[in-house]
Design a protein. Structure first.
Lengths: 80, 227
């Protein structure tokens, strides 16, 4: 049993109005010194077996096929 | 009524499939209901992917619908020239399926917009727009929360240079779409994606602003009848 984390973020050049809305709310809450926020998605993928190279390759395929839209999003994997 | 048959796919969460089928009928073609879970296009002559929230739009708009059984039939057929019109959620599905370039993330304002929108039909040589005059200005309803067309600079450039921008918003840009893009087509002109809802503007009585949307459905009928 292993868990692979897939983090999906909008590409840096794609406008992230949700992140901007969060960033704008922070000063109102008294949090200063934040210059920007970008919002993404985190997927926790539970595997039947170990997170070996073959399994990671499979998760990478899942990420680029479904979890992320490579036109507008980047993703990273790590094993937890 | 002609015998041209235009399929309308219903996904779980589709909302505008009946309006789309009604528009097809009003234009004079035969609407054919298609079901997301069937590997069957029922030998239709064209397909409309309607608006709505297919599969709840979990993950991203259109991301799951793209893998529906009926799509495994539609994708190769569209690549081979079958006319396909994707409206709103249907446009998102076409982008997710890579039948059209770009993507349609959350509106720049974060607001759901629902209004009668002025736009210009810039390309009247597609299968779905031949009944419009080039650069005809029309008013068609829009209603979406995720309709901000985005694409990388090279793709935008190719769309503009190739004349593949089918419809462009006039007046205030409702969602932050790049280059005010409301709809695009592929190079062959058989696949068109639109954020506006022409199927909601096909009848004087209830069409919110008028009948400016009917041209999409009469265009395809004309093409099929003359084919």
């Amino acid at each position: 049993m292993a868990r692979v984390i897939v983090d999906v973020m909008l590409k840096p050049e794609i406008l992230d109005p949700q992140g901007q809305a969060i960033a704008r709310a922070l000063p109102r809450l008294g949090f200063d010194g934040v210059t920007g926020v970008r919002q993404g998605k985190r997927f926790e993928v539970e595997l039947e077996g170990p997170a070996d190279e073959a399994a990671l390759a499979e998760v990478r395929k899942i990420a680029e096929t479904l979890l992320a839209n490579p036109v507008i999003e980047d993703f990273t994997l790590h094993v937890e | 009524m002609s015998s041209a048959r235009v399929g309308v796919i219903t996904f779980p969460g589709s909302l505008d499939d009946r309006d789309a089928a009604r528009a097809v009928g009003l234009a004079g073609a035969v609407p054919v209901p298609l079901w997301h879970d069937d590997h069957d296009l029922k030998a239709v002559d064209a397909v409309v992917l309607p608006g709505g929230f297919s599969y709840g739009d979990y993950l991203r708009g259109g991301a799951i619908a793209r893998f529906a059984p009926v799509m495994t039939e539609l994708i190769p057929a569209a690549r081979a020239g079958l006319p396909v019109l994707g409206i709103c959620n249907g446009f998102q599905i076409l982008c997710e399926a890579h039948l059209l370039p770009g993507a349609l993330p959350r509106n720049g304002t974060l607001h759901f917009v629902c209004r009668d929108q002025r736009m210009r039909i810039e390309n009247n040589s597609t299968a779905w727009t031949s009944d419009y005059a080039k650069d005809q200005e029309v008013v068609i309803p829009i209603k979406h929360g995720e309709g901000r067309y985005v694409a990388d600079a090279a793709t935008l450039d190719a769309l503009e240079r190739g004349g593949l921008v089918v419809a462009r918003y006039l007046g205030e840009n409702p969602n932050g779409a790049m280059n005010d893009i409301a709809g695009i087509s592929n190079e062959a002109g058989n696949i068109v994606g639109l954020m506006p809802h022409p199927e909601h503007a096909v009848e004087e009585l209830i069409g919110a602003p008028g009948t400016d949307g009917l041209g999409f459905f009469t265009s395809i009928l004309k093409k099929l009848v003359n084919a």
